[in-house]
Design a protein around this ligand. Structure first.
Ligand SMILES: NC(=O)c1ccc[n+]([C@@H]2O[C@H](COP(=O)([O-])OP(=O)(O)OC[C@H]3O[C@@H](n4cnc5c(N)ncnc54)[C@H](OP(=O)(O)O)[C@@H]3O)[C@@H](O)[C@H]2O)c1
Length: 270
């Protein structure tokens, strides 16, 4: 991994808002870099997450005011919002807090997937709109359909409004039963899932439609490839509003941004 970087000046205090592979990758760069005093912040939703060799804060801040207090108490000089593209509340809170405190903020976000000519995507602006597309009698060709629901075990409630279909839900940890649509088959499995796994699942359950967030990245892309190969339509939930912060797609570019702010602050401090 990255080589050790020494520093003659006070390390620059930064926080990485994480929960993604991009955040983990940036942390690996910062572990050996004495120019930074980096903290990784996690929401605490994943049991036994992989932790970097850095200080880690686990759990929410308590809204915008809680975040502002924490940033000030810890003397943070720059923030990288590397949360998931659908973690809209945390991104919004980070943007508001950084504006109020005049702190530099960067968004580290993987690019969205783009459809090809072989894909049959139906865009939905939200989970509720995706559920509405399935609920609407004229909106979906086949009723009941077998729906592979891959939006995450915490995002099933809106699909209770489209109760006629048969849902397939795959998760590591059990979902809240009260939030499931009535006809749901649960598959307990831990990824990553390759293309062969996804093809097998779509065929075995005779899936008619796949519902997915446009998360981007490689880790969950095989399900989209499998739907393309089997000519299965995808209800693709678009990302929430983009962050007002400048955006980079890679940990390396985020490190460059941090270095620019660290250098500028060193020059100001001498
Ligand atoms: N949404 C997804 O589809 C998805 C998928 C994979 C991973 N994740 C990761 O899972 C976490 C939770 O996602 P979510 O969609 O529930 O987020 P969210 O709706 O944007 O955030 C809900 C609350 O969780 C806390 N939180 C979120 N991210 C945090 C972080 N990195 N550090 C400290 N507190 C954080 C904040 O609590 P306070 O207001 O108390 O500060 C926030 O208000 C995120 O870190 C995200 O990167 C999300």
């Amino acid at each position: 991994m990255s080589s050790v970087v020494h520093s003659a000046v006070q390390p620059f205090p930064v926080v990485i808002l994480g929960g993604t592979t991009e955040a983990a990758s940036l942390c690996r760069h910062l572990e050996q870099d004495a120019r930074f005093n980096a903290t990784l912040s996690l929401a605490g939703v994943t049991r036994a997450p992989h932790l970097p060799d850095l200080p880690v804060k686990i759990g929410g801040f308590g809204g915008v005011q809680g975040l502002k207090n924490w940033l000030q108490e810890n003397g943070i000089r720059a923030v990288v919002d590397a949360t998931h593209p659908f973690a809209a509340t945390m991104s919004h809170n980070a943007a508001t807090a950084c504006t109020d405190l005049a702190l530099p903020l960067l968004r580290l976000e993987r690019p969205a997937w783009q459809p090809t000519e072989q894909d049959n995507w139906h865009a939905a602006a939200s989970l509720a709109e995706a559920a509405m597309a399935l609920a609407n009698p004229g909106g979906w060709d086949k009723t009941p359909a077998t729906v592979f629901l891959t939006t995450g075990r915490k995002d099933t409630r809106p699909f209770q409004d489209a109760p006629r279909h048969h849902y397939i839900l795959r998760s590591i940890e059990p979902p809240d039963e009260a939030a499931l649509p009535p006809h749901t088959t649960l598959i307990t499995a831990r990824g990553p899932f390759g293309l062969d796994d996804e093809l097998r699942l779509l065929r075995a359950y005779e899936v008619d439609v796949l519902v997915s967030k446009n998360s981007g990245g490689d880790a969950t892309f095989p399900k989209i490839q499998a739907a393309r190969i089997l000519n299965i339509p995808v209800i693709m939930i678009e990302r929430p509003h983009p962050s007002p912060a400048p955006v980079v797609a890679t940990a390396e570019n985020a490190l460059q941004w941090l270095l620019r702010h660290q250098s500028a602050s060193t020059l100001r401090d001498v």
